[in-house]
Design a protein around this ligand. Structure first.
Ligand SMILES: NC(=O)c1ccc[n+]([C@@H]2O[C@H](COP(=O)([O-])OP(=O)(O)OC[C@H]3O[C@@H](n4cnc5c(N)ncnc54)[C@H](O)[C@@H]3O)[C@@H](O)[C@H]2O)c1
Length: 252
């Protein structure tokens, strides 16, 4: 797949799945805009990306904040003239607690970042894509957008919501040829899972790996192929879809 000179905007791009995807697009010639709330990590990631695609940049952004998202889209369009592909990926894991103990503030934090964040990004990206009469969006949901998972009410609700708003925007924009899809990775070895203790607790790591038919978790580098395929001409008749990358997690 070749993305030469395409403008690709990726949120949450300084780490994990977003970073792996930004590197993959840069290797295939895209001009990559990495957007993230973490400035320090992003500067380090930007160097790696610019080594592959010099015309890439970092724009600080908090996806939960409308003004910040509007600034991101405005700056991207000012610099590059358009957005060809947007991967709305920024997200957090939230609390681990059964629903009756799930802290209300954590609920609001996860919904603001993972669901409202994707909504705000789509809203302002689509305004530009509508003007340009071109573009393609991929949102990052999760396998937990398809099924429940004990102890993760906020994350599961946001992930289901992302699939719903993906399908809604897909219907609205299909007549314009602007495709909107989602990816649904299962457990992926990123800093998000490290923070949840999975690389400190061998037993937990093993238990989570065993939930997959392939008896392991995904590596971040196993997600970009699906994102790029959805962004490419190979998927020209695919919209409103949520594509699982899950080592057989949902097949059981
Ligand atoms: N790791 C998994 O098991 C897994 C599985 C399925 C889906 N996902 C989803 O993939 C996405 C990326 O997760 P990851 O595992 O790579 O995690 P990660 O923590 O490695 O990366 C997340 C990135 O998002 C950024 N971010 C967080 N809040 C932000 C905000 N408000 N505005 C802008 N940037 C923000 C972080 O700074 C970080 O760079 C998330 O949406 C997550 O829900 C992860």
């Amino acid at each position: 797949m070749d993305f030469k000179d395409q403008v690709v905007l990726i949120t949450g791009a300084s780490s994990g799945i977003g970073k792996a995807t930004a590197l993959a697009f840069a290797e295939r010639g895209a001009k990559v805009v990495i957007a993230d709330i973490s400035e320090q990590e992003s500067q380090a990631t930007l160097k790696d990306i610019q080594a592959r695609s010099a015309d890439s940049l970092f724009i600080p952004c908090n996806v939960a904040d409308s003004g910040s998202v509007q600034n991101l889209v405005r700056q991207t369009v000012t610099r590059f003239g358009r957005i060809d592909v947007a991967f709305n990926n920024a997200g957090i894991g939230g609390a681990s607690a059964h629903t009756e103990d799930y802290p209300e503030q954590e609920w609001h934090n996860v919904i603001s970042t993972n669901l409202t964040g994707v909504f705000l990004c789509m809203k302002y990206e689509l305004l530009e894509m509508k003007k340009a009469k071109r573009g393609c969006i991929i949102n990052n949901s999760s396998v937990l957008g398809k099924v429940g998972f004990m102890g993760s009410a906020g994350y599961v609700a946001a992930s289901h919501g992302v699939i719903g708003i993906t399908q809604t925007a897909a219907l609205e924009f299909a007549p314009l040829g602007i495709r909107v899809n989602a990816v649904c990775p299962s457990f992926t070895e990123t800093p998000m899972l490290s923070r949840a203790g999975l690389d400190r607790d061998d037993q937990l790591h093993h238990a989570v790996a065993n939930m997959h038919a392939m008896k392991r978790m995904a590596k971040p580098e196993e997600v970009p192929g699906a994102v790029m395929w959805l962004a490419s001409e190979h998927a020209s008749f695919v919209t409103g879809h949520s594509l699982v990358i899950d080592g057989g997690y949902l097949a059981q």
